[in-house]
Design a protein around this ligand. Structure first.
Ligand SMILES: [Zn+2]
Length: 379
């Protein structure tokens, strides 16, 4: 009995310390070795994900940083004992409650062919060498500015992403299904932009399932200037169904509010059906300042235009432009935002979202917002 109470107290203390229970799902770092020119790290269970980026060091060499999600460093363990030619130092540390950080300092120009598989992470220590396991590789995707080249381009390219589809319904409430509503709005956006002379592609134009990473990959392939993902929200509980309403716009960034977190969790859920879905995309390297700023600007223009259009006929509240981690935005090499067009669970807004007039005003707002943004960033 007493032991249970004590345990509960300890658990409570940990909760207070870390505001998270992820510590208990801990994946412990077990050991490391250098073999065949690579640093090999082993963990007690499967690696959830690795984020990679590099930073210039003051002395001219580069710090290569690997963040291992959900991993913990047991006390007394380290990697600083290793030495290897062309590597200045090996470091490992607990960066936050659920993130283990490895930093390898080297004068080499890149160390980017690492891979992880199951409980192993292999980092080649020579420039250009590939990891010896055929695992998940993480590319360092740098942000390009496709819109700079638009002076040579006849048309702007916009990719409209209707959320969910196929086996993934998204949010649903009574007879309202997110995947249907958002496809209908997306098609309307496409028509308006095309009429105005823009080139528009859709990640899906029917009730079809598309994996999240494929959506931005598609936009990158099309060299799009803009990526807009369209969604509809639902209140988390019956009690809040009458309360939650309004337009919310999100761009990808680290900082986020509770509401933004909840929205992201819901939209991301499809991502975690299959662990290997979030391959390749290097999350942290995408948190490029300029892309955040541009995406935020795009969000503000769209928010503005949606509100002014809808308010000609309907009441709608403004949830504003916020930052969150939406997997669908990770990997986009252009300004990218996600529009939550409203709450299908709200008595008034849910009904509106089914109306063709309301959808048209929403679409007009999104299209005008895109056009305004493009006009202001033309160079
Ligand atoms: Zn959605």
């Amino acid at each position: 009995m007493e032991k249970t109470i004590l345990n509960k107290k300890i658990i409570l203390i940990f909760f207070i310390l870390f505001y998270t229970n992820e510590l208990f799902a801990g994946n412990n770092f077990i050991k490391s070795e250098i073999r065949q020119g690579e640093l090999r790290l082993y963990f007690s269970s499967d690696i959830e994900g690795v984020k990679y980026f590099s930073l210039p060091s003051k002395d001219g060499s580069t710090k290569y940083v690997y963040d291992i999600e959900g991993a913990t460093l047991p006390s007394g363990k380290g990697i600083s004992q290793h030495s290897y030619k062309n590597i200045d130092s090996f470091r490992i540390a607990q960066n936050s409650a659920n993130k283990l950080r490895i930093v390898i300092k080297s004068p080499q120009k890149a160390l980017d062919k690492h891979a992880y598989k199951n409980n192993m992470l292999f980092i080649p220590l020579k420039y250009g060498k590939k990891a010896s396991i055929d695992g998940i590789t993480i590319e360092n995707i740098s942000y390009k500015k496709p819109y700079i080249s638009t002076t040579n381009r006849k048309k702007y390219i916009v990719v409209i992403d209707a959320g969910h589809g196929g086996k993934d319904n998204g949010a649903s409430y009574k007879n309202r299904t997110e995947k249907k509503i958002v496809l209908s709005i997306a098609k309307k956006v496409k028509r308006i932009l095309q009429k105005d002379g823009l080139k528009v592609y859709m990640t899906r134009d029917s009730d079809r399932f598309v994996k999240l990473p494929k959506r931005t990959e598609f936009a990158n392939k099309k060299m799009a200037n803009i990526f807009v993902s369209i969604h509809a929200n639902a209140a988390p509980t019956k009690k809040t169904a009458k309360i939650f309403n309004g337009i919310e716009i999100y761009y990808l960034s680290k900082a986020h509010s509770k509401r933004a977190k909840e929205a992201a969790e819901k939209e991301n859920s499809v991502m975690f059906e299959n662990k290997d879905l979030y391959t390749k995309n290097d999350y942290l390297s995408l948190l490029n300042r300029e892309k955040i700023i541009e995406s935020h600007k795009l969000g503000l223009d769209i928010d503005n235009k949606i509100l002014s259009n809808i308010r000609k006929k309907y009441k709608v509240s403004n949830g504003g432009v916020k930052s969150a981690n939406f997997w669908v935005l990770v990997g986009a090499q252009m300004p990218a935002i996600l529009v939550e067009t409203g709450y299908i669970s709200h008595p008034r807004e849910g009904k509106n979202l089914l109306s063709s007039t309301y959808q048209s005003l929403l679409a007009k707002g999104i299209a005008e917002g895109i056009e305004r943004y493009l006009k202001n960033t033309r160079r």
